[in-house]
Design a protein around this ligand. Structure first.
Ligand SMILES: *Cc1c(COP(=O)(O)O)cnc(C)c1O
Length: 374
C-alpha cells in the first residue's frame, strides 16, 4: 500500500467544480492584481477569524516581513522567537534589518516557552514572535501578558495554525485575536492552501492595517506617490478565488485531520520509544503535522522502514535556526537550546491529511508498530 505524506490531488478533485469557473472568469476579464475578489476574501477571513483587519500579500514569509515593517521594527531592534520553526520566521526578521534572538521551546508542544522568551527580552526587543507550530497555538495569554509587561509588540506566526484554538477563561480564542498582528501562509501544504504562493497579515489596530496596505504596494497610498519604500507583495485575484472557494471547507478538513490524529493517538499508545503529539487540555490543534518524537536515535531508521513499506514521513525540522550557517554571525553555539536541538533529532511527521482512508491509517499505524516489534 502507498501512503504519501500529503496528496493534494484528492482535495483538488473534491473542489474543482467550485473553483474552476471563477478562475476562468478572472482570466477572461484579465483582472489579476488585487481587486474585488481579493477584497471579498479579506472580508471573509475577517469574519472567519473574528478580527478587524485582514490584508492579503504574496506569501506567509511576506506576511511576517510586512508586519515587522508595520511595527517599525528594523536596525538595532531585536525580535525574540523560536529556533525550532520553518526558516522564514527568522529570515523575515533578518531581512527587515533586525536581529533574531532565540529562546528555547517547551518539550511537550514544541512551542516557544514564554518564560524562556521573557528571559531573552532586552531593552532592544521590539517584537516577540511565538510560532504556532504544527497546528497548535503557543500559550497566547502568557505572551500577551509578557508583551504588556515589556511594552513590545506581539506578532503571531500562524502559518501552520489557521483556525487553531485555545480556551482562555472558558472562552475559545483563535489565531490572530490576541496578537497585535498575525501572519498566515497559504502555501499549498498548509491547511488552507492556494494554487501557489499566498499569504495574509491580520491586525487589530487600524493604523497597523493601513500601514500593511501601503507597504504591500511600494509604500504609497496613492499610485506614484511614495511616503516610504515598501514592497511588491500583493495577493493575486486567482489565488484569492481559490482560497475563497476553499475557506468554507476548512473546518471540515481540520476536523478530519483531528479524527486521523485521534486514531493514531489510540493506535500508537503504549509503544515504548515514541511519544505521540502532546496537545494541551485547553488547546485544539488543526494538525498541520502529526509529529511523533522517536527516542534512542531511531528516528531515521523508522523513516527508512516506513519508506520501504510505502509510507511517507517528514522531518520538520532537522536543523534548529540558531545553528544555521547563515546565522553564524549571531554567535550561537550548540547546546544553547537543548530542547530545540533534541526536537530536531527526534521528530517525525506522519501522513495526517483529511482524505486518508481508514485502511491507509491502519496501515501506517501497523507499520510503526511493526518497526518497534509490537
Ligand atoms: C510556511 C511557513 C512560513 C512561510 O510561509 P510561506 O507562505 O511559505 O512564505 C512561515 N512560518 C512558518 C512556521 C511556516 O510553516
Amino acid at each position: 500500500m502507498q501512503v504519501p505524506l500529503l496528496d493534494l490531488t484528492l482535495q483538488y478533485r473534491g473542489i474543482a467544480t467550485e473553483v474552476m469557473p471563477e478562475l476562468l472568469t478572472i482570466i477572461e476579464e484579465q483582472r489579476f492584481i488585487l481587486g474585488p475578489v481579493v477584497d471579498r476574501f479579506e472580508r471573509e477571513m475577517e469574519a472567519y477569524l473574528g478580527v478587524r483587519h485582514a490584508v492579503g500579500c504574496a506569501s506567509g514569509t511576506d506576511a511576517i516581513l510586512l508586519a515587522l515593517r508595520a511595527f517599525d521594527c528594523g536596525r538595532d531592534d531585536e525580535v525574540v522567537t523560536s529556533p525550532f520553526t520553518f526558516f522564514a520566521t527568522a529570515g523575515a526578521i533578518h531581512n527587515v534589518g533586525a536581529r533574531p534572538v532565540f529562546a528555547d521551546i517547551l518539550p511537550g508542544t514544541f512551542n516557544l516557552d514564554p518564560a524562556a522568551a521573557e528571559a531573552a527580552v532586552t531593552e532592544r526587543t521590539r517584537v516577540v514572535m511565538p510560532v504556532h507550530l504544527f497546528g497548535q497555538m503557543a500559550d497566547m495569554p502568557a505572551f500577551r501578558a509578557l508583551a504588556g509587561r515589556h511594552g513590545v509588540s506581539l506578532l503571531e506566526d500562524a502559518a501552520q495554525a489557521i483556525g487553531a484554538r485555545q480556551r482562555v477563561d472558558g472562552e475559545w480564542i483563535t489565531t490572530g485575536t490576541l496578537g497585535d498582528a498575525c501572519a498566515f501562509s497559504f502555501f499549498p501544504t498548509k491547511n488552507l492552501g492556494a494554487f501557489g504562493d499566498a499569504g495574509m497579515t491580520v491586525a487589530i489596530d487600524d493604523g497597523t492595517a493601513e500601514r500593511l496596505r501601503k507597504l504591500r504596494v511600494h509604500g504609497g497610498r496613492q499610485m506614484y506617490h511614495h511616503e516610504e519604500v515598501g514592497y511588491n507583495s500583493r495577493l493575486d485575484s486567482l489565488q484569492a478565488a481559490v482560497l475563497s472557494a476553499k475557506l468554507p471547507h476548512l473546518k471540515g478538513w481540520s476536523d478530519a485531520r483531528r479524527r486521523n490524529a485521534a486514531f493514531y493517538d489510540q493506535a500508537l499508545a503504549g509503544i515504548g520509544g515514541i511519544q505521540t503529539p502532546v496537545v494541551g487540555e485547553d488547546h485544539e490543534s488543526i494538525y498541520n503535522q502529526y509529529t511523533l518524537r522517536v527516542g534512542d536515535g531511531r528516528r531515521d531508521a523508522l523513516a527508512d522502514f516506513l519508506r520501504e513499506r510505502g509510507v511517507g514521513s517528514g522531518v520538520y525540522y532537522p536543523v534548529p535556526l540558531h545553528l544555521q550557517e547563515c546565522f553564524a554571525y549571531l554567535g550561537y553555539c550548540e547546546g544553547q537550546f537543548p530542547e530545540s536541538e533534541r526536537a530536531c533529532r527526534e521528530v517525525l511527521s506522519l501522513p495526517v491529511f483529511p482524505e486518508l482512508t481508514p485502511a491507509q491509517l491502519e496501515y501506517v499505524a501497523e507499520s510503526v508498530r511493526a518497526f518497534f516489534g509490537e
